[in-house]
Design a protein around this ligand. Structure first.
Ligand code: GMZ
Ligand code: MG
Ligand code: ZN
Length: 177
C-alpha cells in the first residue's frame, strides 16, 4: 500500500501563529489540493495527522474543525481525488496525551487503521515535532519549507530528513519516481 501521511497546518494549508480558527481562515497552500488529488489518483492513500490544541484552548470547536476537514475533502474531490483518514489531537500541551506530536500516537492510529507498518512511510511536516514523531516510529521524516518549515530547517533535524519546497514537489517526486 502506498501510504503518505501529512501534517495539516503549514503543509496543506497556510498556518498562523494565531491558529486556524475557522473554515474561512483555512486556506489551502498553492498547489496542495492538486498535489493530494494527483497522489490519490496515482494510487496513494493520503492520510493526515494534525495537532489541534486550539480545541483545548477554546479557540474553535470540533464542529468547526470537522468543517475545515469537510472543505479539504470537498476541494480534493473536485479534482477527482480523495483524502484518507484524518486524525487530530485536540489536547493541550500540558495534558500528557499520547497523540500530540512529537509523540507518534496519531501515526500509530493511522497505521492500525490501514493495517500497515509505518517503517519508511513518509510523514510530511513543517515543524520539528512532526519530524520527531516520524522518527519515533521509524517513518521517514520529510520537511516542507512552507508554513514553519523554513524556521524548522534552521534547527537540528533528525538524521535522514528529506527536504522539499512544498507538497507539490513531494507529489512530483512520488508520482514520477
Ligand atoms: O501543524 P499541525 O499539527 O497541523 O497544527 C498546528 C496547529 O495546531 C497550531 O499549533 C500551535 O502549536 P501548539 O499546539 O500551541 O504548541 C501553533 O504552532 C499554531 O501556530 C498552529 O496553528
Ligand atoms: Mg504544521
Ligand atoms: Zn492528544
Amino acid at each position: 500500500m502506498k501510504l503518505l501521511i501529512l501534517d495539516r497546518d503549514g503543509v496543506i494549508n497556510y498556518d498562523s501563529d494565531a491558529y486556524i480558527k475557522s473554515v474561512e481562515e483555512w486556506i489551502p497552500l498553492p498547489g496542495s489540493i492538486e498535489a493530494i488529488a494527483q497522489l490519490s489518483k496515482a494510487g496513494w492513500t493520503v492520510a493526515v495527522a494534525t495537532n489541534q490544541s486550539g480545541i483545548a484552548r477554546g479557540y474553535y470547536d470540533l464542529a468547526t474543525l470537522d468543517a475545515m476537514h469537510a472543505r479539504l475533502r470537498e476541494l480534493v474531490a473536485e479534482q477527482g481525488g480523495e483524502v484518507g483518514l484524518i486524525v487530530y489531537c485536540p489536547h493541550g500541551p500540558d495534558e500528557g496525551c499520547d497523540c500530540r506530536k512529537p509523540k507518534p500516537g496519531m501515526l500509530k492510529t493511522i497505521a492500525q487503521h490501514y493495517n500497515v507498518a509505518l517503517t519508511n512511510v513518509w510523514f510530511v511536516g513543517d515543524s520539528l515535532g512532526d519530524l520527531e514523531a516520524a522518527k519515533a516510529v521509524d517513518s521517514h521524516p520529510v520537511l516542507v519549507k512552507t508554513g514553519k518549515g523554513e524556521k524548522t530547517q534552521a534547527k537540528t533535524l533528525p538524521v535522514g530528513t528529506l527536504i522539499f519546497d512544498d507538497l507539490a514537489a513531494i507529489a512530483a517526486e512520488l508520482i514520477h519516481n
